[in-house]
Design a protein around this ligand. Sequence first.
Ligand code: TTP
Ligand code: MG
Ligand code: MG
Length: 490
Amino acid sequence: MILHIDMDAFFAAVEQRDNPALRHRPVVVCGDSPRAVVSTASYEARRFGIHSAMPLFQARQHCPHLVVVPGNRTKYAAASRRIMEIISRFTPLVEPVSIDEAYADVTGCTTLFGPPRDIARKIKDTVFNDLSLTCSIGIAPVKFLAKIASDMNKPDGLTLIAGEQVPDIIQTLPIHKVPGVGKQAMARMTELNIQTLGDIKRFELSLLTRKFGKFGLRLFQLSRGMDDDAIRTGTARKSISNETTLEKDISDAGAALKVLLSLSGRVGRELRHKQLLCESVFIKLKFSDFTQITRTRKLQHRTCSTEAVFHQARDLFGQVKIHKPIRLLGVGVSHLHNRNEPVQLDLVSLPGHESKKQWDSVDRAMDRIHEKYGRDMVTPAVLSPLTTRSSKRRGGNMTDTVIKKVTISGKVQGVFYRLETQKAAQKANVNGYVKNLANGSVEAVFQGPAQAVDRMVAWCRQGPPAARVDQVIEGTPPAQTGFNGFEIRY
Ligand code: TTP
Ligand code: MG
Ligand code: MG
C-alpha cells in the first residue's frame, strides 16, 4: 500500500506554531508587495474563501481582519527535512514530491510496524509530537488514489481507500480532482461530457490520446485503477538501463538490433530527461536456456545521444557469438555525470550519415514527440538504413504503402514547418509533399509504410519548435500515388 502524506496549511501552520498570538486566527503567509499573492492560508482564513494564489488585496476584501505574515523558507525547509526523516524511519521507499508532501510505500514493512493504517497513525503522531504540526495521510493501493485520499479529510485526516472501494471511488471521483487535469484538459472534458473519472471508461484509448496526447493513456489507465508509477526515491542513480523479454526467442541479428535501437532510444531519452551524460554503455543478453551475459564499454566522450548509445550497443552486440536463441535484451549506461557542460556527442559516422548536430536535433525532436504522445508513438526511422529498409521502399514503386493527407492549423506558417516536415519525411523514408495553404494552414500528404506514415502524422501534431499546432485534421488523400521523394510545393 502507498501512503501520501501532506502537511496541513503548511507555511501558515509553522507560523501559528511559532507565534501563539496567531493561533486560531485567519492567517496568510504572503509577501508584502502590492501585487503579492497568498502562499497559503490557515484553515481559519479558508473559511472566508481565501486560498493559495489569491491576490492579497482580494484576500483582505474577504476578511478585513486578516493577519498577514511574511514567509520564512529556511524554517519551512528545516521542518520539511525533519518530516521526511520521520517518514523514512518506517520505510526506505520515500518519495518527497514537494516541500510538504511525500509518497511512502509501506508494503514491505507491515510485519515490523503493523498494517498501513497503524503506520500512518504512527507517522501522524510522531510528526505532531516532534514538530507540533498536523498532516493528512491518504492510504491506497496506488499513488494517485493515495494523493486523492490525503485530500479527502483535511486537516488532520487519515483516509484509507481499500482495494474493494477503488471501483466506486473512481466511478464518482470528480474529474477535476484527478492529478494532472488542469484548465485546458477540463475544457475538453466538458466537451466530451466527462464529469467523473469513471466516465473516461466510455472512451476508446485512441480517442483519448487524440484529445489529450500522452495524458490520454494515463487517463485510460487511471480510470481502470491502474497506476504503475513506482515510488521514486531520491537515491542518486548509478546507471540507467532498459531491458525487454522478447515475445518469442530470436536468433536473427537484424531483429535483435531493432530491439537494441528501441532500448537505446529509451535509455537516451531518460539520460536527456534527467540532464545526465554517461561514460559507459553496456548490453545484456539472456538466452533461451536462461544463461546471460553482459558486455560493457567505456566511452571516450560523455554522451546523452540515443545514436551514440545505440552505436556502442550495436558494436558490443557484434562481438558476441550468438549460438543460442535470445530470450531477453537489455541496454544500459553507467558512469553518469550531470550535464553541466556542453554536450559532447560521441558519434558515429554511420554510412552516409549527417552531422552530430543533426543527430542532436533528431533526439530533441523525438523527445518532444515522445513527451507529448507517449513513448510508443515514435520509433526511430534512423533504424531503416541499418536493418529494415528494403530497396523496394526507396523510390516510387511502393506496393505495401498507405497514403494520408493532413491539414495542420495553428501557428504553422513562417516557422519552418514545411522544411522540417520534409527533413523528417525524408529520414522516415516517406514520400509525398507539404505546402502552405492560403488560409494559413499547412497541408501534407504522406505515402509510405503504414507505421512510418503514422509517425509523420504524429510528427505533424508537434511540428518544429517555433510552431504552435492547434489541430491536425485527416482528410481524403489525393488520387495521385507514386510520389517521387518528398517535396515542398509552392
Ligand atoms: P499545499 O500542500 O498545496 O497547501 P498547504 O499545505 O498550505 O495546505 P493543505 O492543507 O491544503 O495541504 O502547499 C504546501 C505549501 O507550499 C504551502 O503551505 C505554501 C506553499 N505554496 C505556495 O507557496 N504557493 C502555492 O500556490 C501553493 C499551492 C503552495
Ligand atoms: Mg499541504
Ligand atoms: Mg502539498
